[in-house]
Design a protein around this ligand. Structure first.
Ligand code: CAA
Length: 296
């Protein structure tokens, strides 16, 4: 691990969130609420507008529930700037990427960040839920600045952040993101960079088994979920949770874990492949294992 001055992590004031989808807008929300200046980026204007609208909706719900004041809501919103110009992110100290779970896309995003940072210190945190941080950092000029910061959906409610330490992640980078997580009032766990980390490996295994049970007509989706909700006190059953996360996201993770862990437990069930091919991606498309209307 390098200890030279130029490798020290920057003090984080401004945070760029790359990708304004389900996870990205949630990360922007908690970052702004924690007092960071936030730049929320996506490749098209519709995506950033949708992301910002979700942040507004969730902040408003926070006020309704008495979690935040109207003033805190307004100040959080003032701290978020949206953009579709990648170069506008150059002022950020910490870049959190929440782009689709495709290794080449993560690497390309990191390369773009290195380019715009132009020698200025930065940290690159990937919100990947299972891809290897060391592999993402492999082609980077500054792999010591790369770390995993895995948030959970819905980000503004869930307390966990899984911090994933790549082979070359520096202690400075690790400490800096721990501090950021603490400012966001998240509970951080630190995990070695192994496929599926701690959370996805267990969570995905449960979800895939539930799908196989559905394929085998063991019970309805609702009854399989109820088994876990009432029998094991899970707040949400594995199929409803898959709808919330997105079937496409789950499929990509399952494919990756199936090959990375060489384990049949992670072979994607046919029903998952079929539903993704039909565009039934869960809550975001209105249909998955359940029908969704107005977010319910
Ligand atoms: N702003 C602030 N707080 C809010 C809020 C908002 N907009 N909305 C809800 N909350 C708070 C509530 O006030 C409540 O707080 P208290 O416990 O202090 O009262 C808490 O959040 C829960 O709210 P509710 O009890 O009203 O909500 P619920 O019972 O419908 O539960 C849920 C919602 C927390 C999402 C619950 O359904 C749950 O835990 N689901 C499982 C979620 C999960 O497992 N996520 C992980 C997905 S896997 C993942 O994300 C990783 C990946 O890589 C894909």
């Amino acid at each position: 691990m390098s200890r030279t001055e130029e490798n020290l992590a920057p003090k984080v004031d401004t945070l760029a969130v790359i990708g304004a989808g389900t996870m990205g807008h949630g990360i922007a929300h908690v970052a702004a609420a924690a007092g960071f200046q936030v730049l929320l980026f996506d490749v098209n204007a519709d995506a950033v507008e949708r992301g910002l609208a979700s942040v507004k909706r969730n902040l408003a719900k926070g006020v309704e529930r008495g979690k935040i004041t109207e003033d805190e809501r307004d100040r959080a919103l003032e701290r978020i700037e949206t953009t579709t110009r990648f170069s506008a992110l150059r002022v950020a100290d910490l870049f959190i990427e929440a782009v689709p779970e495709v290794m080449d896309l993560k690497r390309a995003t990191l390369a773009q960040v290195e380019k715009i940072a132009n020698g200025k210190p930065f940290i690159f945190a990937s919100n990947t839920s299972s891809l290897s941080i060391s592999e993402i950092a492999e082609a980077a000029r500054c792999p010591e600045r790369v770390v995993g910061m895995h948030f959970f959906n819905p980000v503004h409610v869930m307390r966990l952040v899984e911090i994933v330490v790549g082979e070359k992640t520096s202690d400075e980078t690790l400490n800096a993101v721990r501090e950021v997580a603490a400012r966001m009032r998240k509970e951080a766990i630190t995990v070695r960079d192994v496929p599926g980390f701690a959370s996805s490996r267990l969570g995905v295994a449960l979800g895939l088994e539930a799908m196989r049970m559905l394929e085998q007509n063991v019970a309805s989706a609702k009854d399989i979920d109820t088994a876990m909700e009432l029998g094991y006190n899970h707040p949400m059953g594995p199929l409803r949770l898959t709808d919330l996360v997105g079937l496409d996201v789950r499929l990509k993770i399952a494919e990756y874990l199936h090959s990375a862990l060489a384990s049949e437990s992670f072979r994607p069930p046919e029903i998952l492949r079929r539903m993704v091919a039909q565009g039934k991606l869960g809550k975001k498309t209105g249909e998955g294992f359940y029908h969704w209307e107005e977010g319910k």
